[in-house]
Structures are given as structure tokens and as C-alpha cells.
Design a protein around this ligand. Structure first.
Ligand SMILES: NC(=O)c1ccc[n+]([C@@H]2O[C@H](COP(=O)([O-])OP(=O)(O)OC[C@H]3O[C@@H](n4cnc5c(N)ncnc54)[C@H](OP(=O)(O)O)[C@@H]3O)[C@@H](O)[C@H]2O)c1
Length: 375
């Protein structure tokens, strides 16, 4: 029986992970859970799965069943709870420290928190190697590529193609995008996800983050990573081998598939909701619109520039998305502010996780100042 900690258990990834554990109680034992503010939901999950290691990071509680408090408490929970694998379903840069602690504590990492690889991919890979632990991608595109690559020599792969749904504003011009609201941006056409990743999908920043994640996770040349818009979200990614044939990973869009594959790795078990009958289905593919959705080319620019630029890309985008939700800026200001901060000198590559977090903090402060000046 595999012991599992689910971080961000009240979110979209977290509840999907719990669904899998609920359906496979003979194979998994849930030993720890964390949430930020949804205390009632966390306690209900703890009761259902008889979990006693609980962390709440974002608000005070007097409930004695919750024994770990605040961001430090979350790290203590990981250190002090017995587990083989941690599902990291926390959203945002705050997910980095728990990923580091999980690997340091000798646990495998089922990684949905893409910010971990974007901010500190190189350091995380070497920590996993040093500890002899696995990073199992949960992001659907990366899980697809991970499985497509298995048994293949990376030298035989010509290119990696990440698919994107195009989000709710596919086909919009920059003029039309000026008037869209955060609420509209949160309505993803094919995936049911948390608000941050939904807004990122609308701006294509999510695909930008995924390009950087792919580059770091698989340690492959950036120019071999392509993006193709595929509105039906059935093909999750493709690889093209040197003979120029393509291999695709196809299923219904349901995050339970990549989460389950990570939890059972290397076994593949049926995920009934993923069964897709291709007969009568239409699949279309388009080049991404790099002009009207500049967050994608900006991600390539951040990765090409290396150093601390990917950390900056992520941090400023997080701040800008929150500002959009708070109605302080408009949708098209997200790339404008991102570009402005990326124009600074961030060439020094952080050599430790502390240095990564220092850049993240500094960049957030600068982004907040820039937004204030625009208001
Ligand atoms: N959703 C998807 O389909 C999907 C697909 C691929 C990758 N991902 C990635 O997976 C991660 C999670 O996405 P999501 O859509 O599941 O997000 P979500 O629905 O917003 O859930 C986020 C989870 O993290 C917790 N959390 C929020 N802020 C936190 C903080 N400061 N400290 C600790 N915990 C915090 C939340 O707790 P509360 O509920 O208490 O607020 C919640 O449990 C993101 O990195 C995203 O890019 C998601």
C-alpha cells in the first residue's frame, strides 16, 4: 500500500487526487492533507479518509484537529508525516518550498505545481537525483510527453509538441481582449480548473509556463518545444521522431488520468472517465496566435534568456493575475507589465532555493509598484 500526502487537497487537482484514492482504497493510504483557507472542506476530507496530519496555511483556526499552521507548518507536516509520494496540487510559487521539502524528506513527487519547475527546475532536478527520488509530472501535457518518451532515445526525438486549448478567448483580437473581464477569463471551455490556471489559459501564460516546465523537466533544447492549439483538448501532447512520424497521447480531458498514472507509476490502470471513442470525433489544430497572446512568446524569451528570467516571468504574472481579479488592471496589461519587468537585468542564475525565493520576492515588489503607477 502506497502512503500519499496530498497538498492543496481542497483544490481542483487535490479533489481529483482524492477521487482516485477513494476508488482505490486497497492501493493507497492517505496520510496528510493541506489547504490554505477552506477549513471545512479540509476537515470533511480528513474525516472521510481518517487522516490526522492536517495543515492549514492561510488562516488562523482554533480547531484542535488541525495541527500544522502557516507555511512553516506545512513544511513540518511533510517532514513529520510518513509517505512514499507527495501530490503537490498547490497553486503558485508558494508550491516550491513544499516540493523541495518532499524530495528532501525522501518522497517521490507527483508534480502538478508547474511553478516548481519554472522557478527552480535545475535545482529541483539535482535534488531529486541526489535523493534518488522521482519527479512524476501531473500536468497533462507533461504527463503525456513523459509517457510518449518512455522507451525512446531522446536523440531520436525531433520535436515535442505541447497542445493548448486556446482558452475562452481563442480568435480574439488584442482590441477585443482589452475589454474582457477576469470572470470571463475564468470560464475555460474544456477543463475545470482553479481560477489562476484558468486565467493563465485565457492569456496563454499557462502554455508559456508549460513550455518552460517542459524544457526544465525533460532537460531538452528549447527550440525543440512547439505549441499547437487544439481546441478539443483530446490530444494532450505529441512527439515527432526523427523519421518525422508523430505519436500522440489521446484521452478525454480529465486530470484523474495523469494523477493516477503518477500515483501508480510505472503501472497503467484504467481511468474509466478517460475512455474516448474516436469514431465521429473532430480534431483540429492551429498555430498559436503569438501577436494577440504575447504571454507565450514572452515565455520563450524568458527561457532563452535563462538566468532568473523564468522566475520573473512567473512572479510578475502571478501578481498581474491577482491585480486583474482585483480589478486594478485590464487583461491586456498582464503581458505589458510582464514585458516591462522582463526588460530588467535578471541574468544571474540563482544557485540555491533561497536565492530563487529572493528573486521571486524582489520581482513581486517591483510588479506591485508598476501596477500602482498605472492606477
Ligand atoms: N486544475 C488543473 O486541471 C491543473 C492542471 C495542470 C496543472 N495544474 C497546476 O496544479 C496547481 C494547482 O492548480 P488547481 O487548479 O488545482 O488550483 P486550485 O483549484 O486553486 O487549488 C489550489 C490548492 O492550493 C491551496 N493553496 C492556495 N494558496 C495556497 C498557499 N498560499 N499555500 C498553501 N496552499 C495554498 C488551495 O487551498 P484552499 O482551497 O484552501 O484555497 C487549494 O487546495 C497549479 O500549479 C496549476 O498550474 C492544475
Amino acid at each position: 500500500m502506497k502512503k500519499v500526502i496530498v497538498l492543496g487537497s481542497t483544490g481542483s487537482i487535490g479533489t481529483s487526487a482524492l477521487d482516485i484514492i477513494r476508488s482505490n482504497r486497497d492501493d493507497f493510504q492517505l496520510t496528510g492533507l493541506s489547504a490554505n483557507s477552506r477549513e471545512t472542506e479540509l476537515l470533511a476530507q480528513a474525516a472521510e479518509f481518517s487522516v490526522s496530519s492536517l495543515a492549514l496555511t492561510g488562516k488562523e483556526t482554533s480547531d484542535s484537529r488541525i495541527t500544522y499552521h502557516g507555511p512553516e507548518g506545512l513544511l513540518d507536516l511533510i517532514k513529520e508525516t510518513d509517505a512514499d509520494i507527495v501530490v503537490n496540487g498547490i497553486s503558485g510559487a508558494v508550491g516550491l518550498a513544499p516540493s523541495v521539502t518532499a524530495l528532501e524528506s525522501g518522497m517521490d513527487l507527483a508534480l502538478a505545481n508547474k511553478e516548481t519547475m519554472v522557478m527552480a527546475g535545475r535545482l529541483i532536478n539535482s535534488l531529486a537525483e541526489k535523493k534518488g527520488r522521482r519527479i512524476l509530472p501531473v500536468d497533462s501535457e507533461h504527463s503525456a510527453i513523459f509517457h510518449l518518451m518512455e522507451g525512446k532515445n531522446p536523440d531520436d526525438i525531433y520535436e515535442y509538441i505541447i497542445t493548448a486549448s486556446g482558452g475562452p478567448f481563442r480568435g480574439y483580437t488584442s482590441e477585443q481582449l482589452k475589454n474582457v473581464t477576469a470572470e470571463q477569463a475564468m470560464k475555460h471551455p474544456t477543463w475545470d480548473m482553479g481560477y489562476k490556471i484558468s486565467i493563465d489559459s485565457a492569456s496563454m501564460a499557462n502554455k508559456g509556463l508549460e513550455v518552460i516546465e517542459c524544457w526544465r523537466l525533460f532537460n531538452i533544447p528549447l527550440d525543440k518545444i512547439k505549441v499547437l492549439v487544439h481546441p478539443q483538448s483530446m490530444v494532450h501532447s505529441l512527439i515527432r521522431t526523427n523519421d518525422l512520424a508523430m505519436y500522440a497521447h489521446i484521452s478525454h480531458p480529465d486530470m484523474r488520468l495523469p494523477i493516477q498514472n503518477a500515483l501508480y507509476y510505472p503501472d497503467l490502470k484504467p481511468v474509466p472517465s478517460s475512455f474516448l471513442d474516436l469514431a465521429g470525433r473532430e480534431m483540429t489544430f492551429f498555430e498559436p496566435d503569438m501577436d494577440n497572446f504575447p504571454m507565450l512568446p514572452l515565455a520563450y524569451r524568458a527561457a532563452e534568456s535563462a538566468g532568473a528570467y523564468p522566475i520573473v516571468y512567473n512572479a510578475v504574472n502571478e501578481v498581474a493575475v491577482q491585480a486583474l481579479v482585483d480589478e486594478k488592471i485590464g487583461f491586456t496589461e498582464i503581458p505589458e507589465i510582464t514585458e516591462q519587468l522582463l526588460s530588467g537585468d535578471w541574468t544571474a542564475e540563482p544557485q540555491s532555493f533561497d536565492e530563487v525565493l529572493a528573486v521571486d520576492t524582489l520581482c513581486r515588489q517591483e510588479a506591485v509598484e508598476l501596477i500602482k503607477k498605472r492606477m
